[in-house]
Design a protein around this ligand. Sequence first.
Ligand SMILES: *[C@@H]1O[C@H](CO)[C@@H](O)[C@H](O)[C@H]1NC(C)=O
Length: 264
Amino acid sequence: MAPAFAQDRAVKAALLLLPVVVPAIYLYRFSRQVSSKTTATTGRRDAVDKLAADGGYHHPLREPASIPDEVRDSSRWEAVAYERIISHPIPASSLVYPVTDVAADADGPSELMRAYTSAAQVAFVSTPQGYLMRAAIKDPQTKLTFDVDWIRNLLFRRGDLVNGAYRVVYHGPGADAGSERVELAIEKPPSYKGHVPRGLIVSEIHQVVDDVTGRIDVIFANETWMWRRRDEAKTLIETAFGSWFHCLTVGWLVVKGVDRVMGR
Ligand SMILES: *[C@@H]1O[C@H](CO)[C@@H](O)[C@H](O)[C@H]1NC(C)=O
């Protein structure tokens, strides 16, 4: 029989390892689940045209309308990185909200877009990043924008604020016919002292129409765009770990958004 101290050591080792192993297994299963339902692509702006030309997409990737002009035009801002997560195509007939074509002058996003985006924003509050952001924001006005009721009732019109740092700056047609998008700029909350990255996020809904059967499928997308000066440190989504973790988190948000529009 092993001496008592050795047993003791084994127990201690097991206890120490447990908190690592459990999240690792959990994370593994979690990431399998997310990647079985979504597809991620990442890259730099200069590669967008090439990727699109490769025909790797069901639909085009379009640079957000709200990227500031000075970023768009200047080579000082060379590093514009994007990360895009898309759901698998989902039959329009299995959605609990109607799929509509968006008019350029529409008052606000469609019901379908609102349901998708708000479910993802509600889910965001329970991610580590959402949790930290909420804890760091002190003023009550901004803190309110993390509340489930606030998010569910939001119309996502231009100027609306959600989760403390995301301001709706564009709503309208998306990258291709029949698609709809909402762009949210990342802005610094008034009471927040930490670093706020330059960037924006895009929620997009694409219709894929089968020419023969007329069947409509819908793809739900989430894009993150970040930019920095050439001489600045890499953005989160340009680093290997940051990008992996961010893709996983956003993949989960997209899954939550899709669950909601399917009435799950
Ligand atoms: C998209 O991802 C951002 C995080 O980058 C998140 O805040 C947002 O809720 C997501 N939206 C959708 C519709 O998935």
